[in-house]
Design a protein around this ligand. Sequence first.
Ligand SMILES: Cc1ncc(COP(=O)(O)O)c(C=O)c1O
Length: 412
Amino acid sequence: MKYSNKLHLIKKIFVEKIKKNSRFNYPLLTDGYSSSDLQEASKVLLSGRLTMSQITKKFEEYFAQKIGSKFALMVNSGSSANLLALFCLINPLRKKKLKKGDECIVPALCWSTSLWPIIQAGLKPVLADVNLKTFTLDLENIKKKITKRTKAVMILNVLGNCSEMEKIKTYLNKKKIFLIEDSCEALGSKYKKKYLGTYGDFGTYSFYYSHQVTSGEGGMIVCNSKEDFNILKSLRAHGWDREINKKNIKNFNFINEGFNLRPLDITAAIGFNQFKRLSKLKSTRAKNRNNLIKFIKSSKKWNDQYSFFNPQKNLDPSWFGFPLMINNKSVKSKKSFLKYLNKNKIETRPIISGNFANQPAIKKYNIKYKKKDLKNSQEIEDRGFFIGLPTKILDSSKINKITNLLLNVNNF
Ligand SMILES: Cc1ncc(COP(=O)(O)O)c(C=O)c1O
């Protein structure tokens, strides 16, 4: 029997075992790795070299070319990609750099490691509200928070969606404000034929569990400037110039400060293999999303219990999950309803992490905000949650079960 066939059989046995032991019948992601992903990973294991090497490099080059960016650099997580973007902007090797206390606008509906790198880099985060329809920071929200000290904006392309990126980019360019696009939840989404993540000076992606490409851990950062790319390379690995200067005089030549945020070649191998079939994964998720909405809206139990997420006009979305906004009085019992879904083996998540201004750490770091300025972010936290969108087509009996459970929201 061929090695690939053997692997396929072994995987089938393991997947059944995992399913049996899983807490959820409908987790955020089922069976995330194909046999060929595992085969690529096992080739790396058998090569004896697990650390970052040629596969990472090949993946980076392929990724940059496909996504339409000049440069791509792989790191060990989406969080690390955000960290590198911010530390690149303040780096002494950069001609035009930000300085301590410069302001960076960030949506209140954000992930922790979209916000913390701003603070870690010595900048001042300014929390802005988001658009209630798209869950993203739009131009009006940005304009409300712009001051003379605004030097950067961190946008989050939530769950595959976006704002009017061209308008935002043009506005920020005029004002000479940097744009970082946290596209950790939006790999493969295209706005006006350009991939999300490529509108910004930096675009970041995550390959964590249940994201559009999932290699366990992993992330990518893209940019178009060679100066930035070289800074990112040195920051990723200790501050040395090994990946920049081919004719470096010494093996350990430190030209910059640095971290160690390198990925493993094994995660690159899985990520690379999955990335090659991103368009298939994307279209399957889109079909599942459309079917879920169709079944919910055509059910006898349908009574406008939910609103669905609106994709931005001109967006070809690559969905991450299936968000729902509870419409009626049941909003108050959202907590007990989510417990009910969990008890019935449906895994749920908040939208990003809700209104981040409510997190205890915000007080510790003295981040000022006015509650009334963040009404939409709060409403999304109060009414919203999401469930997974599998990368295999959902059959109608499964969709019926999920629909039935979801439409019980009024009973709480
Ligand atoms: C918007 C956003 N940014 C950043 C991250 C961090 O990515 P990672 O988990 O790969 O560190 C996530 C994680 O899910 C995210 O949703």
